[in-house]
Design a protein around this ligand. Structure first.
Ligand code: ZN
Length: 236
C-alpha cells in the first residue's frame, strides 16, 4: 500500500500517478500544445485510457509498447485496440469492473460523454478509480451526473481529477457542484486551456469551489509534481 502518491499533470487530461509504481492516464502528448514531455521519454508501469477520443487515447499504444505496460480501458475500446495490437496486454473492463496491476486497482465508473476512434463508435466512455490505498478518481471527459455520489460512497476518492473546460465537458459551474457530490478532500482540475474552446480561469474555479466546499483545489502547472501522503489524508 502506497504511503504517498505523486501526481504530475502533463497537460489536458494526461497525468502520471506515481504510487511507487507509475500509472499514466489519457496520454495525449503528441499534438498536445501544452505538453512539455516527449512520448518517447515517458516511463510507466500501466497505461489507463478513459475513452477513444484522440485527445485521450493519444499515444497510449506506443507508450504501452515501449514500456511493456498493460493498458486498462473500457471494453469495446479495449477490443478495438486488441484487434490491432495483439502483442499488448489489454484489460478491457466494464462499469464496476476492476483489474489489478502491480497492486494497483483500477475500476471503471460511469462518465456522461461519448467515445469514438477516428469517427468510429468505440463503446461507452468511462471514468477510472485508481487505488493503491490512496484513491484517485480520474473523471475522464464527463458532464455532471448524480451518481457521482455513488462513486463517493463506494470508493471514497481522496483526490478527484475533474474536467472544467466546458464545451466538451463540465465547466467550472458544474464541476463545483460535482465536488459537492464526490466529497474528495483534494481536487485537481483538468481538460482546460489546451485550446481556445476550453479556456477557463482555474484560479476562479479554485476560489469559488473552496468557498463552497471544504476541499483543497490544487491547480498545478504542467509537469509540476503534487505530493499527497497518507498522513495528510488522515489515513493509517
Ligand atoms: Zn472526449
Amino acid at each position: 500500500m502506497a504511503d504517498k502518491v505523486e501526481i504530475t499533470w502533463h497537460g489536458h487530461a494526461c497525468f502520471t500517478l506515481d504510487f511507487g509504481k507509475k500509472v499514466l492516464i489519457d496520454p495525449f502528448i503528441d499534438g498536445n500544445p501544452k505538453a512539455k514531455i516527449k512520448k518517447e521519454d515517458v516511463k510507466t508501469d500501466l497505461v489507463v485510457v478513459t475513452h477513444g477520443h484522440s485527445d485521450h487515447l493519444g499515444d497510449a499504444v506506443e507508450i504501452a509498447r515501449n514500456n511493456k505496460a498493460p493498458i486498462v480501458t473500457f471494453v469495446e475500446l479495449g477490443w478495438m485496440l486488441g484487434a490491432e495490437n495483439g502483442d499488448l496486454d489489454i484489460r478491457a473492463i466494464n462499469y464496476s469492473g476492476s483489474t489489478v496491476v502491480d497492486g494497483i486497482t483500477v475500476t471503471a465508473v460511469h462518465a456522461l460523454h461519448s467515445s469514438s476512434v477516428d469517427g468510429k463508435y468505440a463503446g461507452n466512455p468511462a471514468g477510472m478509480v485508481i487505488s493503491d490505498g490512496i484513491t484517485v478518481y480520474h473523471a475522464g471527459d464527463t458532464g455532471v451526473f448524480g451518481d457521482m455520489s455513488i462513486i463517493s460512497d463506494l470508493y471514497h476518492p481522496d483526490i478527484s481529477l475533474l474536467p472544467i473546460g466546458g464545451f466538451y465537458t463540465m465547466s467550472p459551474y458544474e464541476a463545483t457542484y460535482a465536488v459537492g457530490l464526490l466529497k474528495s478532500p483534494y481536487i485537481i482540475p483538468m481538460h482546460y486551456n489546451t485550446f481556445d474552446l476550453i479556456k477557463v480561469d482555474a484560479q476562479k474555479f479554485k476560489k469559488e469551489t473552496e468557498e463552497k466546499h471544504q476541499v483543497n483545489v490544487i491547480v498545478p502547472e504542467v509537469e509540476e509534481v503534487v505530493k499527497i501522503d497518507r498522513q495528510e489524508l488522515g489515513k493509517r
